[in-house]
Each structure stands twice: as structure tokens, then as C-alpha cells.
Design a protein around this ligand. Structure first.
Ligand SMILES: Cc1ncc(COP(=O)(O)O)c(C=O)c1O
Length: 431
């Protein structure tokens, strides 16, 4: 089907909520390593990986061979969790090696939303409380339970089910909700968690969920010290601290496989998906034994969780990330990218802020640096200019003015230089 026909089909038969990137949306028909190709044969450097999902690289040869072998050997695609399945055990064992201390139970799901829903259920069961706290500008998924914890009006529906949810103010150093600047603040954002509990709840909560770098929110990067204060307040009020590593996990942030462990965050549960499966639909929750045990005597069932194909893909993704030193590479390449973008600020006043960790880099575009008025329309045009030049980027932020860069962790120096060159040219083209 031609692109235009496909667009018309989607308009007629898909939900009107289904959006497409770019003025000229393309069909991606081939993918290899850090690159994708459209139906006209044009090659692009994929610096967003679908949507922050490609960690080990598209169609990595080791993973591809293993999956082809599984098909050749008639390995069952589906077993359900009611039968023993070696791939799920291998994956769990490997994941537990990367788990923060004390989190020694693992549950698998098909997506990040389901992982977060399960974490909410477990926290509610363990505490006997129902209130979940989130952050404004946060995003945790599209299911009823997770959407209730969404900090973006654009994602919320009038008909959304009512749930016990309350929001603390976001730890955003570029647009501090308290009007502070990082060097002289007193972590008012973390302290706001306590005020929010005291003013909007009966004094106890089931949990707080935070993204260590806020993905959909535009790669908002809280200060490291935020998490210690935040977790301690949540624990003082009886709640469980959940880190949502759906975007930050799988080594993307360039320190450890999980940012929770790298930063020493005192989390009771960690959720993940996206880059964990390198394109396979798989999510996971790591939790403390005492939380898992509070669910004893009840059934929690997930038909496809850790079926052989997604489980083997996630396990091999973890192996590739380790064997090829991709976490260290994310750190080194992320720094080159961030330094290059920070340098670019000198010639492009449209760039208001460059932030992120490892290969999770956000570029906030503003009309001018004093008013910080969001450059929303420019952001769309900038992405199209980059697409034209063979570079795919993502977008985020409440006002849609933050460029999200999250390439495969295997990206090399030449590719980072290419990205910087294309972004520089595209910014010039906007003028
Ligand atoms: C931080 C975060 N958590 C959860 C989710 C939901 O994951 P999924 O779309 O796999 O359900 C997303 C998706 O974008 C996410 O960015």
C-alpha cells in the first residue's frame, strides 16, 4: 500500500488518537543496527529507536540467529505461565544479577503499562492503602490504572476511570516550579512530596512512582540527590517507592543496567520494558520478597508473560549489552553528543536546554532564552528537516517542544558526528 493510502486507511479505521510523526510520514520496511530504511529505499540513522526501544541495535545478528533457530526447531511460541519454560528462568536469573539489592522477586508482563499496573497492585496489597502518588509531567502507560497516574493533560480523558492518585510537583531544574536554580536550591521539589501527602491524602499512601529521567515529559532529569529525599519521605508515610525504568533501564543511562542501582535509589520495586526487549513486547517488575509475599493466596495471571520468544530476545539483549560494552559506550557517546549540543547552543538561540543521561538526551527548544516560551511549531519543523537529511528523532514535553534523542546503545563516534552535523544544518535551515 502507498503511504497516502495507508494514511487514509488509518484516518478511516484507526482511533483518532493514533498520531504519526512527520509532515511526510514514512513506512519503515527494513532495519539493521542503528539504521532503518523506508519503502522508497531511503536510509535513516535511527536516533529514537521506535520509541526508546532499540538498545542492542535492530536485528542484532546474535539475536536474529537465535530466533531463527527457535523457529527451525519448532520451539513453542507460547507456553503460558502454567508450564515450565527454561527461557523465562534464564531471563529472570540474568535480570536478578542486575537487580538493586533486596529486590529478589521478578514478575514478567507484556508491556511497561502492565508492569506499572502490577506494581501498583502489589504496593496496595502490601500496605493496605490505595493512594498512589505520581509526578506532574510523568507518564506510566496507557491502561486505566496507569493513565490515572499521568501528569499530562494531553494524555488524559474526560471519561478516565477515577482512581486514587495525587501528584507532586516535578523536579525540573530548567523550569523549576519553585523559581529556584540548581546550585542554590534546597530540593524544594523533593520536599513537595511531603506537603502533597500532608495536604491531599489522609496521611498514608500505598506508593509513589517516579521515572528517574522523565521520558514523555521531555527527558526532565532530576538532580541525583532528589531520590534519597523522595524515597525517605515516601517510606516515612508508609508507602513503597517505585522507579519506572521503562525508558531509563537496559543500560540507556550509561552507568549500570538499571539507573536505580547506579544512583543507589532506595526503591521497593523497579519496572521496565521497552529497551529491555530490544523491540520484543516484554516488561518486568522487580520487587522485594515481603511485597511479593503480601500477594500470596491470590492468582495473578498474564497469558503471554515471558513466553519463550520474547524471553529469549530479552535475555540475549542483556547478553549483547554486556558482551559489547554497550553501557560504557552509552556513557561515552552520550557525553560526546551532549557536549556537541551544548556547544551548538552558542550558534542557535533556539536551544534553551540540553539535558539527560547517557544516550537519553533531551534538547528543549524555546523561542527565546529569557521568556523560555516553548518553540512547539519549530520543534515539528526541526524534526522534519532532520528527517529530510536522514536522521530520525523523537519529541516530548507537555508543550511538544523537547527533542528526544535515544539511539541504539551501539552508536559510534561517526554516527554521533553525523547527528550533530544534521542537527546543526537543520537548525540553520529553520532560520
Ligand atoms: C516511563 C514509561 N513508563 C511506562 C510506559 C508504558 O509502556 P508501554 O507503552 O510498553 O505500555 C511508557 C511508555 O512510553 C513510559 O515511557
Amino acid at each position: 500500500m502507498k503511504n497516502e493510502e495507508m494514511i487514509q486507511f488509518r484516518k478511516k479505521h484507526f482511533l483518532p488518537t493514533a498520531t504519526l510523526y512527520h509532515k511526510n510520514p514514512m513506512q519503515i520496511v527494513k532495519a539493521q543496527g542503528e539504521y532503518v530504511w523506508d519503502s522508497e529505499g531511503k536510509k535513516y540513522l535511527d536516533a529514537i529507536g521506535g520509541i526508546v526501544c532499540i538498545s542492542a541495535g535492530h536485528n542484532h545478528p546474535k539475536i536474529k540467529r537465535a530466533l531463527m533457530k527457535m523457529l527451525d526447531e519448532d520451539t513453542p511460541q507460547h507456553t503460558s505461565t502454567l508450564y515450565l519454560n527454561q527461557a523465562s528462568i534464564d531471563l529472570a536469573g540474568r535480570l536478578l544479577e542486575e537487580s538493586p539489592e533486596g529486590l529478589d522477586r521478578v514478575a514478567f508482563t507484556n508491556s511497561g503499562s502492565e508492569a506499572n499496573d502490577l506494581a501498583f497492585l502489589a504496593a496496595r496489597q502490601a500496605t493496605g492503602e490505595t493512594m498512589i502518588m505520581n509526578l506532574r509531567h510523568g507518564y506510566h502507560g496507557g491502561t486505566a490504572g496507569t493513565l490515572a497516574q499521568c501528569g499530562h493533560g494531553t494524555w488524559r480523558f474526560r471519561a478516565q476511570p477515577v482512581a486514587q492518585a495525587t501528584s507532586a510537583l516535578e523536579p525540573n531544574c530548567y523550569r523549576c516550579p519553585f523559581g529556584k536554580v540548581p546550585d542554590s536550591c534546597s530540593l524544594e521539589c523533593a520536599k513537595n512530596i511531603e506537603t502533597t501527602i500532608q495536604t491531599t491524602t489522609h496521611g498514608k499512601i500505598a506508593a509513589m512512582i517516579v521515572e528517574p529521567v522523565m521520558g514523555v515529559g521531555g527527558f526532565i532529569t532530576p538532580p541525583d540527590e532528589y531520590f534519597k529525599v523522595a524515597a525517605s519521605i515516601v517510606h516515612n508515610y508508609g508507602g513503597k517507592f517505585i522507579t519506572d525504568e521503562v525508558q531509563t533501564g537496559a543500560g540507556r543511562c550509561g552507568g549500570e543496567f538499571l539507573l536505580t542501582r547506579e544512583l543507589g535509589i532506595d526503591a521497593d520495586m523497579v519496572t521496565m520494558a521497552k529497551g529491555f526487549g530490544n523491540g520484543a513486547a516484554i516488561g518486568a517488575v522487580l520487587m522485594k520478597t515481603e511485597i511479593a509475599q503480601s500477594m500470596s493466596g491470590k492468582a495473578y495471571f498474564n497469558t503471554f508473560a515471558a513466553d519463550p520468544f520474547p524471553a529469549i530476545q530479552a535475555k540475549l539483549t542483556m547478553d549483547v549489552i554486556q558482551e559489547e560494552g554497550l553501557i560504557e559506550n552509552a556513557k561515552v557517546m552520550g557525553k560526546v553528543l551532549k557536549d556537541g549540543l551544548t556547544q551548538m547552543m552558542k550558534s542557535h538561540s533556539l536551544i534553551g536546554d540540553v539535558r539527560g543521561r547517557g544516550l537519553m538526551v533531551g534538547v528543549e527548544l524555546v523561542k527565546d532564552r529569557v521568556s523560555k516560551a516553548p518553540a512547539t511549531e519549530e520543534c515539528i519543523r526541526f524534526m522534519d528537516e532532520c528527517q529530510e537529511r536522514g536522521l530520525l528523532l523523537g519529541k516530548g514535553g507537555l508543550m511538544g517542544n523537547v527533542i528526544r534523542i535515544a539511539p541504539p546503545l551501539s552508536i559510534g563516534r561517526e554516527q554521533v558526528d553525523f547527528m550533530l552535523k544534521v542537527m546543526d544544518e537543520s537548525l540553520h535551515a529553520l532560520k
